[in-house]
Ligand binder design. Structure first.
Ligand code: PMP
Ligand code: GLN
Length: 380
């Protein structure tokens, strides 16, 4: 194994989902919904397959129908005008978008500032690019970025800010003031910015604002999102990048040699999904909001310290009030103790000490599954 990937053998998601299957536990670990997305969107995928749409290599940047739908989505929700021809790239999920963006934009020795705890592929992709990650630690209980600390982390080697809002695993949604401060810093130091916005439609408190909409940001921002989260099709692996033509062209160059193109028929179906009426988006968000409240109340009653998320479908807790100290140990034994799987946040930190007692639960599950999980956790 390439030394830059040392210690990254198996992702925590694969390990914990395998444990859930092996023990027959309720899986509140890996973030995927237990109910598939809209029937009409599934039908659109079947139709595409039957009609021979995308069964052979689709165009490298993505099928025109989907690129147009992505551009319309940016206009409809954020008033951003995006050219589907030059400013959109379809990827194999947000995961490939992150990899291709970092491989395309970083050189060995460049420094990347990212919020810690971070989604695990960030560390791996920064390492594969030969760059150095510089964490800005989000600390309990607020998990807000300290903007003075952020300014102090910028050095002459800083090349890129990797911003995730709504943030996995803490549920932090950056405020307009925080975004403005980040944008100002990026402009001042002429930094590139990659934004991971996969939970853009899952905000319960406040609102999601794309950094690309702020002054001076359009030309330096690569924005990433995915159909997996918004439409509950995590297995389809359809994601995308939007940004200025030069940046998208750079990411496309890297993507060409990673996967060449992304799977065809699902692209047509996601184009239809993006055009669903506002009711779909509002209903999806309201449903997850209710599930958030159901799970957080249950975890609170079971004795966890709960940090209420403003967005995403994850809730971070602290297990100290249960007399526990080590989240990794807790998550490894939880399935046999009570038949529930969760994710230890420690694996998302460079500074494992900072997240040692934190455990993340996903609430994108049926109400009865959440209720049963809570009943089991209350017996701990
Ligand atoms: N970024 C974040 C913050 C995530 O939580 C996930 C999880 N799925 C991804 C990216 C990857 O998205 P995809 O499944 O579309 O590759
Ligand atoms: N994004 C999801 C999570 O954070 C799933 C990630 C994965 O399986 N790689 O749980």
């Amino acid at each position: 194994l390439n030394r830059s990937l040392a210690g990254m053998g198996t992702t925590i998601f694969a390990e914990m989902s395998a444990l859930a299957t092996a023990t027959g536990s309720i899986n509140l670990g890996q973030g995927f919904p237990d109910t598939d997305g809209p029937e009409a969107v599934r039908e659109a995928a079947v139709r595409a397959l039957r009609e021979g749409l995308g069964n052979q290599y689709p165009p490298g940047p993505g099928v025109p129908e989907l690129r147009t739908a992505i551009a319309e989505h940016q206009e409809r929700f954020y008033g951003l005008t995006v050219d589907p021809g030059t400013e959109v790239l379809v990827t194999a999920g947000a995961t490939e978008a992150i990899a291709a963006a970092l491989l395309a934009l970083l050189e060995p020795g460049d420094e990347v500032i990212a919020f810690e705890p971070f989604y695990d592929s960030y560390a791996a992709c920064i390492a594969m690019a030969g760059a150095k990650r510089v964490p800005l630690t989000l600390r309990a209980p607020s998990f807000r970025p300290d903007l003075d600390e952020l300014r102090a982390l910028v050095t002459p080697r800083t090349r890129l800010l990797l911003v995730n809002t709504p943030h996995n695993p803490t549920g932090t949604v950056l405020t307009p003031e925080e975004l403005a401060a980040i944008a100002e810093l990026a402009v001042e130091h002429d930094l590139l910015v990659v934004t991971d916005e996969v939970y853009e439609h899952l905000v319960f408190t406040g609102a999601h604002h794309p950094l690309a909409a702020l002054p001076g940001m359009r030309e330096r921002t690569v924005a990433i999102s995915s159909a997996g989260k918004t439409f509950s099709f995590t297995g389809w692996k359809v994601g995308w990048v939007t940004g200025a033509p030069e940046l998208v062209a750079a990411v496309r160059t890297a993507k060409q040699y990673l996967t060449y193109v992304s799977a065809g028929p699902f692209q047509y179906a996601v184009a239809e999904a993006l055009r669903l009426p506002d009711d779909y988006y509002a209903g999806f968000r309201a449903d997850l909001h209710r599930k958030r409240d159901l799970l957080t109340a249950g975890l609170d009653a079971a004795g966890f310290r709960v940090f209420e998320p403003q967005g995403t479908y994850f809730v971070t807790t602290d297990i100290t009030p249960l007399g526990e100290k080590d989240g990794i140990e807790f998550c490894r034994t939880l399935p046999e103790r009570c038949g529930v799987v969760a994710i230890p946040n420690a694996v998302f930190y460079d500074d494992a000490e900072a997240g040692r007692a934190q455990v993340r639960f996903a609430f994108c599950k049926k109400d009865e599954v959440l209720r049963e999980a809570v009943a089991r956790l209350r017996r701990l």
